[in-house]
Write a protein that binds this ligand. Structure first.
Ligand SMILES: [Zn+2]
Length: 137
């Protein structure tokens, strides 16, 4: 299942060259051509799904097994101080390519490459209960 206009589907079909660091039947991992840091990698399922909720459970399992494998490889071979796993769904959350993908971003202590501003506010018990009930209904 591929989308002919999708750049990641073209990478899977090898129509666009990429620096592939791991590949199996269901998944592909390659270096991001606009890396945030050295070793920034992207892991994708070989079938085209736009966002997390469309990915079948068995594919999700395979995908995150590859994420773990590649993160371990990057951590052991490139020796960063840490790494982020980032996965965006829909444009509002920063998704640019509409083919589900997971970023593995190596980090050095104090590199300030990613500044996650998480402005928090306090919520009353009533609000939290109301949100919980909406989700569970
Ligand atoms: Zn695709």
């Amino acid at each position: 299942m591929n989308d002919e206009n999708c750049i990641f589907c073209k990478i899977i079909k090898k129509e666009i060259p990429s620096k592939i660091i791991f590949e199996d039947d269901k998944t592909l991992a390659f270096l991001d051509i606009n890396p945030i840091s050295e070793g920034h990698a992207i892991v994708i399922p070989k079938d085209h799904y736009e966002t997390l909720e469309f990915l079948p459970d068995n594919e999700l399992k395979c995908l995150y097994q590859t994420v773990k494998k590649v993160a371990k490889l990057i951590y052991e071979k490139l020796n960063p101080d840490g790494y982020n796993i980032i996965q965006n769904n829909y444009k509002a959350a920063g998704q640019v390519i509409d083919h589900f993908h997971v970023h593995i971003i190596p980090r050095e202590s104090g590199d300030k490459k990613i500044t996650l501003a998480l402005p928090r506010s306090s919520a009353s018990n009533e609000i939290l209960t109301s949100v919980m009930e909406k989700i569970k209904s």
